[in-house]
Ligand binder design. Structure first.
Ligand SMILES: Nc1nc2c(c(=O)[nH]1)N[C@H]1C(S)=C(S)[C@@H](COP(=O)(O)O)O[C@H]1N2
Ligand SMILES: [Mo]
Length: 212
């Protein structure tokens, strides 16, 4: 009972604060959503690759990835199936850091980023969003390594930063769990859910859920 009242109260607070996109409800749980099975992780053979419109392809082992400078990020995440979770804490590596450290050197024609994950899953984003403060290559959620069903060891995450209405925010599916690589592209290419009929831009405030 207690938690039901708390949920309603918090939902009203988020609405009043302008943090609740249309058609969403607040959840205090962390639902698990994906297509297919949860892959295993083998730290010896796992790698993270960057290719496409870059000056040089990059391949990092798990040991190397774990040494990269880290960023923490608190944001609200909004799933197209209508649950929203507020003030979620993530830790990982930002693509911008990889660029600043010159591990990634973009060619000028790079305009889109396609996340490639285990089992061929992919998610596409314009480069402006993937390099913005509300996108992270996350290894940790809420101070602990990701659990296998939430994407261990690495996933993309994207959400809304309440103090940053200037940032475009897509639905949470635009972050690929079990991420293995990034492809920079001059042209846009639909990812897994986008190919299945979900909206390519997926703006949470415009309720861009399904492609027209
Ligand atoms: N690899 C992979 N990543 C994925 C998906 C998927 O099917 N496979 N689904 C997306 C969808 S639809 C959502 S809502 C979020 C859910 O993340 P969660 O299970 O951690 O809540 O993961 C996204 N990332
Ligand atoms: Mo989703």
């Amino acid at each position: 009972m207690d938690s039901i009242f708390r949920r309603k109260t918090e939902e009203e607070q988020m609405k009043a604060a302008g943090r609740m996109p249309p058609g969403q409800f607040l959840t205090q749980k962390f639902p698990v959503l994906h297509y297919g099975a949860v892959p295993g992780f083998d730290p010896v053979n796992w790698d993270f690759c960057v290719w496409g419109e870059v000056e040089q392809t990059l391949r990092l082992t798990w040991a190397e990835f774990s040494q990269l400078p880290r960023t923490t990020l608190i944001m609200d995440i909004h799933c197209v199936t209508r649950w929203s979770k507020f003030d979620t804490l993530w830790e990982g590596v930002s693509i911008r850091t990889l660029i600043e450290n010159r591990l990634i050197r973009l060619k000028p024609q790079a305009r889109f980023v396609i996340q490639h994950a285990e089992y061929g899953f992919s998610a596409n984003l314009p480069i402006e969003i993937a390099l913005a403060d509300n996108f992270l290559l996350a290894t940790h959620y809420d101070g602990a390594p990701l659990t296998p069903d939430h994407g261990y060891p690495l996933r993309g995450v994207v959400g809304a930063i309440p103090q940053r209405p200037d940032l475009k925010t897509p639905y949470f599916w635009k972050g690929a769990k079990w991420l293995r690589g990034l492809e920079f592209s001059a042209v846009d290419r639909l990812g897994f859910w986008e190919e299945a009929g979900y909206h390519n831009e997926a703006d949470i405030w415009k309720e861009q859920r399904i492609a027209e």
